[in-house]
Design a protein around this ligand. Sequence first.
Ligand code: PLP
Length: 527
Amino acid sequence: MHGSLQPRARSERCLQVAASTAENRQDPERRPWSEREKGSRNMLRPMDSEQLREYGHRMVDFIADYYKTIESFPVRSLVQPGYLHNILPDSAPDHPETVEKVLDDVKTKILPGLTHWQSPNFFAYYPSNSSVAGFLGEMLITGLNVIGFSWVASPAATELEIIVLDWLAKLLNLPEQFLSKGKGGGVIQGSASEAVLVVMIAARDKVLRSVGKNALEKLVVYSSDQTHSALQKACQIAGIHPENCRVLKADSSTNYAMRPELLQEAVSRDIEAGLIPFFLCGNVGTTSSTAVDPLVALGKIAKSNEMWFHVDAAYAGNACICPEYRQYIDGVETADSFNMNAYKGLLTNFDCSLLWVKDQYAVTEAFSANPEYLKNKASQENLVVVDYKDWQIALSRRFRSLKLWMVLRLYGVETLKNYIRNHIKLAKVFEQLVSQDSNFEVITPRIFSLVCFRMVPTDDNDEKKCNVRNQELLEAVNSSGKLFISHTALSGKIVLRFSIGAPLTEEKHVKEAWKVIKEEASYLLRK
Ligand SMILES: *Cc1c(COP(=O)(O)O)cnc(C)c1O
């Protein structure tokens, strides 16, 4: 592996800091600033390449040092609400300050208010990965700073996105219809929430085109009660009548998956009542407990009722690039759209959410707008180019595919697979430790790298007391600063979530975390 970028590689300070050249400093054309400011050597001039070189190198050093010392910070920030208001001025400075002074404030005032998502002891929520390749990609995106809203606005930005999304679709073994060569294709959204909103609006407009605009209040959306709140938000924004959002009780005996028979019943009832079922959201890896819905059965119901079927695999989709986990998205061929957050598990810095659709025209019909000032030859001869502005909410967009392309090339697919497998292996280690301890229980079967567990009720079997104790444990563990975990509720039980996926996490961190949890628990039990 010599010469390749390892996810864990600590960068060495091998970069030379270049001094800004004397000519640049004296060239009045390049410095359209006031006399006062010209006097200041450290004044930043936008966009002076020598200054960029100098301060860019320094900033990389600053960030590399942050990663080197990341374990010295409390993982969850210990500050109180409003802390920053008390230590920053009330208004922006009239005159330039130095980079040194700002970085000093970052160190003393901002870092204490951070929760360190990249800490190897971060086990809360789901991970949001950093990597050297992802970082270099972000640097390049920011450095080039092109806005590829239409093909002509930066042809490479559009074309690379199409290619990289096809690469990923093949990695996931998605059906051909999601590839760009036919009617389908992929697009990078900022988040899973935007992805589900985009496809819901596409589906809404598609059905309204055939049944008439007045039918909006008859449209019905289906999901399980384990579906991410992003779906509810999408319903609110898309104008779905609040009473037409069917939230079906998930099956607590199968890791909280959706029950197809409940879906079928609900759909039939709604049709009888004169309503129009139009959108179904299935999950692969719910946020609470990584539940996987039976996609094949759901897809059948969606198809026979002409509903748009969206699959939210924001977290667990990442694992499905490994052949041994691909089975969890079996049935995706019945879906109309599929979403996975590469920023959660694929060493791709936030933001990067991958969305594939089978019918890109359903999306562009809903999202295209072509004012005069954006008209251009390539787009008007529409057959050859994709204008990604018509696949998303905003007009402007970042060149995110560059980052994903760099991650795929600099690590290679095998490294990415093994990276995910390692986290799952570590989760198994944690699961073992929990299940061997009689004061604890694993709540739902672990599938990926999330372990749901809790302290068991004491002799009196009082569930309420048990919930309170687990809340106390959560707070005790997190205020220790040594690790950060989060929680959820399943069937009325407060459940602790131990989610592994930070790029620096090793087995020793998992074992140490368990030690801290046990210590805090035994303290609570003695109380
Ligand atoms: C993380 C997550 C989301 C929300 O992701 P955003 O990108 O923050 O919108 C939605 N669904 C699932 C299953 C998730 O894990």
